[in-house]
Write a protein that binds this ligand. Structure first.
Ligand code: ATP
Length: 273
């Protein structure tokens, strides 16, 4: 559960006046014992914007995602989504709100086929209740068919339809990563959080991923946490740079790339090359 500062008023979204941006984190502070992972961090993502979040190891990028998803409760700060305060979010309610996240690595269910994994991402479109599904009532059957078709279409869009029946762990890593993306996109999220989607990918797969993310521009708000700075700079409208839990720079990629504070933060790390 996320307990978000003084705005905690119950689960879900509640009205506050906020126009112009689809998602905002305001003044988030997270401490783990003596470590301040986020220090009054504010980040906004406009509707249809692709925002990159970069920073050296330990900068607080994953913690930011974990707060948005309800894995970590901040000591203070607020979250806003579609003009409303987002309070007490539970991870299992994110999809229903229109938020999807991919994890570092893969995180597919090993006991489910590729198609079943992607169907899990489409659960929010299920109309019939669990009872109809369990008793195999016609309404439950129709629902199941619709989810299956939706998931199949998404796999086809990502060029993975031929592996629909396979178990994910039997697939090459780049294909697993595409399935992960299919599972996130099939729920038609309005906010998509991508946590190191390029990790472990070669140049060709990374280029395809960049094109895929770019194609979401204008329809889906994307937050992209990524160590592959070249990908971030080529695909993002705007970039936020974290270092030691603080926002040290933000702006368009060309400006951020030249910012001396950013160069200093990355000094000596592999990413700067
Ligand atoms: P990386 O790029 O290496 O994944 P990051 O930018 O995602 O790093 P975080 O994982 O958010 O950084 O970590 C920020 C700081 O908080 C680090 O100092 C980390 O060690 C610490 N931290 C994160 N999660 C926890 C936790 N559950 N308990 C204690 N400390 C944590």
């Amino acid at each position: 559960m996320v307990g978000v500062g003084s705005a905690v008023m119950g689960e879900g979204v509640q009205a506050t006046p906020q126009l112009g941006c689809r998602f905002a984190a305001r003044e988030l502070t997270v401490r783990f014992g003596g470590i301040t992972a986020l220090d009054a961090v504010s980040v906004e993502v406009a509707a249809g914007e692709v925002l990159g979040v970069i920073g050296p190891n330990g900068a607080g990028k994953t913690t930011l995602f974990n707060v948005i998803c309800g894995f970590v409760a901040p000591q203070s700060g607020t979250l806003e989504f579609k003009g409303k305060t987002l309070a007490n979010v539970r991870t299992n309610r994110l999809a229903g709100l229109g938020i999807a996240r991919t994890l570092q690595g893969v995180g597919l269910f090993p006991g489910l086929s590729v198609l079943e994994n992607v169907m899990m991402g489409a659960e929010r479109f299920r109309r019939a209740g669990v009872v109809s599904a369990l008793l195999a009532l016609p309404r439950g059957d129709r629902d199941e068919r619709a989810l299956r078709e939706r998931a199949t279409r998404m796999l086809a869009q990502l060029g993975c339809e031929d592996v629909a029946a396979r178990m994910p762990q039997t697939l090459p890593y780049p294909v697993q990563k595409r399935v992960v993306l299919a599972r996130a996109l099939v729920g038609e999220p309005q906010l998509l959080l991508l946590d190191e989607p390029a990790g472990g990918l070669g140049a060709e797969d990374m280029q395809e991923l960049g094109e895929r993310i770019g194609s979401l521009r204008g329809s889906t708000s994307v937050m992209l946490v990524e160590h592959r700075v070249d990908l971030v700079m080529s695909v993002c409208d705007r970039v936020v740079v974290l270092d030691f839990g603080r926002v040290i720079a933000q702006g368009d990629p060309a400006t951020v790339e030249r910012d001396p504070r950013v160069l200093e933060a990355y000094l000596g790390s592999a990413e700067v090359a």
